[in-house]
Write a protein of this length. Sequence first.
Length: 259
Amino acid sequence: MLRLTESLVARVVQDVDGPRQGTAWFGRENAVAQHLAHKGAPVIPMHPEIPPGPHEHSGYPINFWQFVTRIEEEPPPEAVGRTMFRCHEVLKSFSGELPELAILTESVDLLESLRQRKLFPPEALELLRDCLLSSIEGLAGFPRQPLHGDAHLGNLMNTTLGPLWTDWEDTFSGPVEWDLASVIWNARVLEEDHATADGILSAYRAAGGSIDEEAMYHSMIGRAAVMTAWYPILYPDMSPERQEKLRRRLEWMEGMRRW
């Protein structure tokens, strides 16, 4: 992320040799972000004076965003659930084509690269495959709509304009429970902060949202498997703290598989 002027921020993809090639996924992000901002959803808008692209310079995909001022306070659970519901409501009217359950199916495809690079032992790869495929199968029968796709709290920025969602590169079509599982997983499992997780879900329901518990179950398992599969890609030099989180994710999935 590069702030170029008082109002202009550029987002540059540096890992041009990574699992995602080309700019098609950037094009989906741009289209979804524009739709949300145009409808007044709580999102960081793209810069209004630059065509949305996607742009590419020297092989690097780039898009351009409006600068917003961050504040230090974390958004309360009520704001997280309320703003997510608002985004989901606006996304219902998005007419662009989106892949279905994309981050899940993409993660299945990623497993072969992880195997070749020996980033996980065989038994961990088998666990990941089982969890990903069971989540895909379990979510297949639930209603789908456009989603954020990677709705963790790091992608919700608290600003002087209020909490704003950002980073729509993983947008896809799926059950709303996927985004909800994504935003509460760390709090519910790693941090055991059930008050925050319950507050987010309660606020989502209070705003008008509906949550299916079976879809949440499959989404929680799928979210753990997706984040685990991507861990060595996102954090190639894992700190001891990251290694411990990875161990706990694998342990939790193994427990869910036995259950």
